[in-house]
Design a protein around this ligand. Structure first.
Ligand code: PD2
Ligand code: ZN
Length: 336
């Protein structure tokens, strides 16, 4: 039977023995390797502080990547004061309303400011526990309203997962990330995976999967980007990011020129990961440990064309074994 582990973390994970997830398993020196706040992490911290991410969510992400909570907390606080010019507060990166009202030196309880005025309209995905998606019955295992996240079981059969892996294994290339300034695809350490794209409907097998996914997401098949297969080795990760193209970044226009903004994502799990590799939503403390053939859906563009910042998400470091996923991104309009 397919199983999912879905958790909302109430507090920060404490990991006292840490192993650098980007450096591979430690050699038998008996020493504990600690991750280093290097230039890539400094960039990541500055970008997310500017974006208004909460202090807790940034600390969570760093702890998830193997930092101890004290170093993570210190690095986040340093980055917030350097980037925003004022000290970080417990709940958020900006001064809270309670603090502002209470004035300096008072003992007011810190409250988290409302992170978004995003309007949650009804997602297109069908209601119910079982959805007939083109040629297959797909199970609904979990739904979250804010952000809109749905966990599915049995989207693909084990044979389909195996076939997708075998077709991809010898064609993988190091994954890239969109450069926010230029729109070019850069290889950077935020994303330590390798992948390939299948053209939409490139043969009968891919066409059937494209049709099934479009039916499940209830969005036109023509609006879908080609299926992407991603492979992570042990220690591979994809640090928290948005799948939409931030409208305020000059590099986004190149991407939205074709098909418009991205609307929603479906990540399908092609294998069972031995340890780690969960899909995480650090703003809301949600973690999805996928099982073979299952998937997580999330939607970030509503009918008012607002973008939901609570869909910040990442692929947690793979702690043992490897991880294969398939991603489908849907656009506002036809994508060709
Ligand atoms: O590997 C994942 O779980 C993951 C997480 C977040 C993949 C993506 N995003 C992606 O391909 O955009
Ligand atoms: Zn993503």
């Amino acid at each position: 039977m397919m199983q999912y582990f879905v958790s909302r973390r109430a507090g920060r994970q404490e990991r006292l023995t840490v192993i650098d997830p980007r450096a591979g398993p430690p050699k038998s020196t008996g020493r504990i390797l600690m991750p280093v706040v290097d230039a890539a992490w400094e960039d990541w911290l500055a970008t997310n502080a500017k974006r208004g991410c909460t202090v807790d969510s940034m600390i969570d992400s760093m702890v998830g990547a193997g930092f101890d909570s004290l170093s993570a907390s210190a690095a986040v606080r340093r980055a917030v004061s350097a980037t925003l010019g004022h000290p970080a507060t417990a709940g958020g990166a900006t001064q809270t309303q309670a603090q502002a009202q209470a004035g300096p030196g008072s003992e007011a309880r810190l409250v988290k400011a409302a992170p978004t005025d995003y309007q949650y309209d009804a997602p297109p995905v069908a209601s119910g526990n079982l959805i007939r998606a083109y040629d297959r019955d797909v199970k609904v295992l979990m739904r979250s309203e804010r952000p809109q996240v749905i966990v599915f079981g049995d989207v693909l059969s084990p044979e389909e997962c195996a076939e997708l892996i075998e077709r991809s294994r010898h064609r993988l290339k190091r994954s890239t990330t969109v450069n926010p300034e230029t729109g070019q695809e850069d290889v950077i350490r935020n994303r330590t995976s390798e992948g390939i794209f299948f053209q939409r409907g490139e043969d009968a097998f891919i066409e059937r999967i494209d049709q099934r996914i479009a039916s499940l997401m209830n969005w036109p098949v023509e609006n879908g980007e080609g299926l992407q297969i991603l492979h992570y080795n042990t220690s591979g990760e994809y640090r928290p990011h948005f799948d939409y193209f931030p409208p305020d970044q000059p590099g986004s226009a190149v991407h939205t020129a074709r098909g418009g903004q991205r609307v929603a994502t479906l990540v399908v799990y092609l294998n069972d990961v031995e340890a780690g590799g969960e899909t995480i939503f650090p703003e809301v403390g949600l973690s999805v440990a996928g099982r073979q053939g299952g998937a997580v859906y999330f939607r970030y563009l509503n009918g008012l064309r607002q973008l939901d910042p609570l869909t910040l998400h990442g692929g947690a470091p793979v702690l043992a074994g490897d991880k294969w996923i398939m991603t489908k991104w849907m656009r506002e309009g036809p994508y060709s």
